[in-house]
Design a protein around this ligand. Structure first.
Ligand code: NAD
Ligand code: TDX
Length: 339
């Protein structure tokens, strides 16, 4: 998309948003406005070094705030929408914040976007979870796979994908939807599998594996995902969906074993705990469309990416400590007890 000067990134203080803002600030001469509510998952310290850069502006606010969103969207060429409640286990404990942010918040952004004459691209960042679960012999999800979400999180993301589609079909909004598989890498909140296991391994605490641990996820390094979102912003076709994935299917047990090897702790720390309700068995993404149309492919092999991620967490123990006190401790106890 030529002629881009300024973009609005939502959720830029979260895991993937932080990595995306950094990629754009380093690789493009665009201005970036970052709208983030700073929920438990949003950390302004992630991008503190950009404060003072005239190309970067942080706005503390919620995507459901129609007045604020209209004002911000009117001043940009494109929106890249990451902001969401993103953790499946939290959606099982309480689904309502997922509906407010992921469904209502997305609609507020879409409404502002279609009323802005300047806006030329709206990238809606979504997930493989909207497709539901695969059996062991099933082919990977394509963009044509019917939506069949199983968790409240996935259902709220599927709803937002459909609202984005409707904004394109009904109002002609230039929407592109990306759906990506499981990300890992720097700045991921330690409620998610890989950083949770790294933190527990350090502390010598048990590593809680849900059920038999044979659920399969398709792992992708966050920087490969961010390059895919940028490619969709610049080269995606209006109204299209693009699957992004890492071509790296692993069982959770295998991931946890590799984390333990990378951290240098024994496999005896692995502890099987009660399964997640509605736990999807397998995700896998077919990415041929993104490869052909966007000229994108994942590049970082899992073992290298994991080693770099473990090293990043080692070097950022203070970052982990700062975000895992207070409310996160209460959440951890509720999920895993006093282990
Ligand atoms: P995250 O939970 O780390 O970050 C979410 C960010 O959104 C936080 O900074 C939070 O403060 C902000 N936010 C939440 N509610 C908000 C609201 N109402 N208004 C404004 N800001 C709000 O999430 P993430 O893992 O970085 O995921 C980002 C996006 O990518 C999400 O849309 C998610 O569905 C999607 N996605 C994630 C993965 C993954 O593996 N993590 C994979 C595929 C797609
Ligand atoms: O303690 C745990 N033990 C465990 O066995 C945790 C936190 C997870 N798991 C399992 C559940 C999943 O099979 O590991 C797998 C990965 O779990 P999560 O990190 O919670 O990710 P997942 O549920 O697969 O969803 C992720 O990928 C798709 C992101 O959180 C979503 O935001 C994204 O859309």
């Amino acid at each position: 998309m030529g002629g881009t000067n300024r973009i609005l990134v939502t959720g830029g203080c979260g895991f993937i948003g932080t990595n995306f803002v950094r990629l754009v600030m380093e690789g493009r001469d665009w201005e970036v406005v970052n709208l983030d509510a700073l929920t438990y998952a949003g950390n302004p310290a992630n991008l503190a070094d950009l404060e003072g850069d005239p190309r970067y502006r942080f706005v503390h606010g919620r995507i459901e705030d129609a007045g604020l969103v209209a004002e911000l969207v009117a001043g940009v060429d494109a929106v890249v929408h990451f902001a969401a409640e993103s953790h499946v286990d939290r959606s099982i404990l309480d689904a309502q914040p997922f509906v407010v942010t992921n469904v209502l918040g997305t609609q507020v952004l879409l409404d502002a976007a279609r009323r802005s004459p300047r806006l030329r691209r709206f990238v809606h960042v979504s997930t493989d979870e909207v497709y539901g679960s695969l059996g062991p012999e099933d082919p990977p999800f394509t963009e044509e796979t019917p939506l069949a979400p199983n968790s409240p999180y996935a259902a709220s993301k599927a709803a937002s994908d459909l609202l984005a589609r409707a904004a394109f079909k009904t109002h002609g909004l230039p929407v592109v939807v990306t759906r990506c598989s499981n990300n890992y890498g720097p700045y991921q909140f330690p409620e998610k599998l890989i950083p949770l296991m790294i933190a527990n391994a350090w502390a010598g605490r048990p590593l809680p594996v849900y059920g038999d641990g044979l659920n399969v996820r398709d792992w992708i390094h966050v920087s490969d995902h961010c390059r895919g979102v940028l490619a969709a912003l610049e080269r995606g076709r209006d109204g299209e969906v693009y699957n992004l994935g890492g071509r790296c299917e692993l069982t959770n047990l295998e991931v946890v074993r590799r984390v333990l090897a990378a951290v240098g702790r024994p496999e005896s720390l692995i502890t099987h705990v009660a399964d997640r309700p509605g736990h999807d068995r397998r995700y896998a993404m077919a990415t041929a469309k993104a490869e052909a149309e966007l000229g994108w492919r994942p590049e970082i092999p899992f073992d290298r990416g994991l080693a770099e991620t473990v090293a990043w967490y080692e070097a950022h123990r203070d970052w982990v400590r700062a975000i895992t006190d207070g409310s996160y401790r209460d959440y951890y106890r509720r999920m895993y007890g006093d282990r």
